[in-house]
Design a protein. Structure first.
Length: 404
């Protein structure tokens, strides 16, 4: 999606300005007019600037806030409260200011005659597209309360799996950082003092010891460069993510990393199955289901496989046959999909797969520390072996000279 800056007149006669996300200028203009804003200045922003401004100006709404909003709104609608009254109540009772302000603007749109999905459309960069798809289905079927509850349950499961991945990565990151911290401490503080004492006793330092001492001095003298270095790396990584070719390379790399590849792969499969289940249960057409699933997976390798599978399905091929031609999809997934197609329970089969891969993800995350420990121990052991060798060689030479 592109970001557009606008200045517009409101129905109250006052001017307003802001950012809106849309696929093109026409859709952005239509979204604004539906909310009672009539733009008189309108232009697309450069990609980098749009990303920066969007991050700075977008309402600070977390996934947990979206879950709470959808669930509370669903309960109110299920209890027979009209949509306007439900929005009014939520806009006054919610704690987060950004959420209350957003609901107030949505409420104004609904009062002007917009549907709930149209009123929320201005915030397409805040909520996932699944939110809008399920609301539109709920409005069409007359089961808006169920659609909102389905979205809340869906997003809660996705966030739970993401939290599992984050928890699994905490130990490897902490252990690796601690190992490098210990190495830096030895190089910067301990080793120089020991080598200085050896020089004072007339010991000749070997090349390995000198190299390690020089490394410690370099870290000590240029430590302040680490912060801008890591900031530069973060910026380069952010720019790289906007290049489809680089993003494919990085995602392919993530799926080949020792040990961690299974974690990233299971996470992508869980999100894919959960997305397919939710959208198929909502009754969306298969091409829309594929598009929304591609956007949610977050891995370009699997996204490209889904794109190829979608093209073959639209040409008349069965979904299981199409997915079976892509190596990235496990055979068990293809078999479950084939059963779902044969029995008319495709959404349920994706639900079973999501549960299966979710359990596997949690089990693997719990065991991840055991896989990482040998690597960290080996890394620290190799470093201290170098330290011991670099210290023992001059000590041995000095003892040999004294004995002579």
């Amino acid at each position: 999606m592109k970001a557009f800056f606008y200045k517009a007149f409101g129905e109250d006669g006052f001017t307003r300005s802001g950012l809106i996300q849309a696929e093109d200028e026409l859709r952005a203009y239509e979204a604004l007019t539906r909310t009672g804003l009539y733009p008189y200045r309108f232009f697309a922003l450069p990609p980098f600037l749009s990303q920066l401004l969007k991050w700075l100006l977008r309402p600070k709404i977390q996934p947990r806030d979206a879950i709470t909003l959808a669930r509370n709104l669903s309960i109110m609608l299920r209890g027979g409260i009209p949509i306007v009254s439900a929005l009014e109540s939520l806009s006054q009772s919610l704690e987060k200011k950004a959420l209350r302000q957003m609901l107030s603007e949505v409420l104004e749109g609904v009062k002007r005659g917009l549907s709930l999905s149209q009123a929320f459309e201005v915030y397409s960069d805040v909520f996932p597209l699944t939110f809008f798809n399920l609301i539109k289905v709920g409005e069409t079927t007359g089961r808006l309360d169920k659609a909102l509850m389905d979205f809340a349950d869906h997003l809660e499961r996705i966030e739970g799996f993401k939290a599992t991945v984050r928890r699994a990565l905490i130990y490897p990151i902490f252990a690796t950082a601690s190992a490098f911290g210990a190495m830096a401490f030895w190089l910067v503080y301990v080793l120089p003092k020991v080598t200085e004492a050896l020089r004072g006793m007339g010991a000749k330092l070997p090349t390995l010891t000198i190299l390690m001492v020089n490394a410690g001095e370099f870290i000590r003298d240029y430590f302040w460069l680490l912060l801008p270095f890591f900031l530069l790396l973060a910026l380069l990584y952010g720019f790289a993510l906007h290049s489809p070719r680089v993003k494919v390379y990085l995602d392919r790399l993530f799926l080949k990393l020792p040990v961690l590849k299974k974690l990233f792969f299971l996470r992508a499969l869980v999100v894919l199955c959960e997305q397919m289940r939710t959208l198929l249960e909502a009754g969306l057409p298969i091409d829309t289901v594929f598009e929304r699933a591609k956007e949610a997976v977050g891995n370009r390798v699997i996204t490209e496989a889904l794109s190829r599978a979608k093209e073959r399905v639209l040409l008349g091929e069965r979904l299981s046959e199409s997915m079976g031609k892509e190596e990235v999809f496990p055979p068990i997934m293809v078999r479950f999909v084939a059963v779902g197609e044969a029995t008319g329970t495709l959404a349920e089969q994706f639900g079973y797969l999501g549960y299966h891969y979710g359990q596997e993800l949690e089990d693997f995350s719990a065991r991840l520390s055991k896989y990482i420990e040998p690597f960290v121990i080996t890394l620290i052991g190799m470093f201290f072996a170098l330290v011991v060798i670099s210290l023992m060689v001059p000590v041995y030479d000095m003892i040999t000279k004294l004995s002579l």
